[in-house]
Design a protein around this ligand. Structure first.
Ligand SMILES: [Zn+2]
Length: 133
């Protein structure tokens, strides 16, 4: 994605496109992917960026609040930022720490419970945890 396109996507989500936010968005939105905050920080360092860790965490929080990226919690201490923002399913490899998308049409439900009274369904997302054999 060009810098102009990245800037335009950020602005569409109501986010002021500062230089640091553009750097972080450029990494996340490069392709459909799942990155942890640490992986984003590593990529920033490799490209010679001096963006602080605190700025990265604050920016990722802002991006997910505004729907630019989606947070995927795989366990209480591990969070990924997903450039695909619609509800979808994942495989999470506990051994390698890899998170991968599962195509929607490969997951089917025979039966789901009635929703609690006074609620509507927001989404149904499956996280299948796997291990290497
Ligand atoms: Zn995903």
């Amino acid at each position: 994605m060009s810098q102009t396109a990245t800037k335009s996507v950020i602005e569409k989500h109501g986010i002021l496109p500062t230089a640091q936010r553009l750097e972080i968005a450029a990494i996340l939105l490069e392709k459909p992917q799942h990155l942890s905050a640490d992986q984003i920080i590593d990529q920033l360092r490799l490209s010679g960026s001096a963006v602080s860790k605190a700025t990265v965490y604050n920016t990722l929080k802002l991006f997910s609040e505004r729907g630019l990226v989606k947070e995927v919690m795989v366990d209480p201490v591990r969070k990924f930022y997903d450039s695909t923002t619609h509800p979808h399913h994942h495989f999470y490899n506990v051994d390698t720490g890899q998170l991968a998308d599962i195509p929607d049409d490969l997951v089917r439900f025979d039966s789901l419970p009635d929703l609690p009274e006074g609620t509507r369904q927001e989404s149904v997302e499956v996280l299948i945890k796997v291990r290497d054999v």
